[in-house]
Ligand binder design. Structure first.
Ligand SMILES: [Fe+2]
Ligand SMILES: [Fe+2]
Length: 175
């Protein structure tokens, strides 16, 4: 029976498994960003809160993109369990450091998936993952630029207020 079901999908079990792991990671990112948005709201950083609400939505969109891809390919997409999300953060700057670390982790994970796809000669999924590689360039760029604001503006006096104000202006153009 299992073999018969497998005929419905050209996804190998290994690729399906790493894609489901990525669904989990994107869902976790979404929850982490939501926790960050909440912390920023509680601490008076309104623009950063909006920024993290938007990031959280984007991560859910990434998760859905992979979920639907697995479905389209005839595989079994797993709705992710997310637990153990930290709700408190050490500082305003600490949040942006955590955000960059999280994005780097996601990039590494996507690279590993592409690597595995090559090993299994799954070039359809390689093509699908290209969108994510490009997206990660943007995500890491924005996260680094946000952190740089802390060094350029400084946190003293109205520094944090100014940093928060600058957060919505961060954009990335790949061209
Ligand atoms: Fe993502
Ligand atoms: Fe991201």
């Amino acid at each position: 029976m299992k073999d018969l079901v497998r005929l419905r999908t050209s996804l190998s079990e290994e690729i399906e498994a790493v894609l489901n792991e990525q669904i989990k990671l994107e869902a976790k990112s979404s929850s982490i960003y939501l926790a960050m948005a909440g912390w920023c709201e509680r601490n008076g950083f309104d623009h950063s809160a909006d920024f993290f609400f938007k990031q959280s939505d984007e991560e859910r969109m990434h998760m859905l993109k992979i979920f639907k891809y697995i479905c389209d390919m005839g595989g079994k997409a797993i709705s992710p369990d997310v637990a153990g999300i930290e709700q408190e953060f050490t500082s305003f700057r600490g949040i942006f450091e955590d955000a960059l670390v999280q994005e780097i982790r996601v990039t590494q994970s996507i690279n590993n998936i592409v690597d595995k796809c090559h090993k299994f000669k799954d070039y359809t999924t390689v093509g699908f993952m290209e969108w994510f590689l490009k997206e990660q360039r943007e995500e890491e760029f924005i996260a680094r630029r946000a952190l740089e604001l802390f060094d350029v503006i400084g946190e003293e006096g109205v520094g944090r207020y100014m940093i928060d104000k600058k957060i919505p202006e961060l954009t990335y153009s790949a061209d």
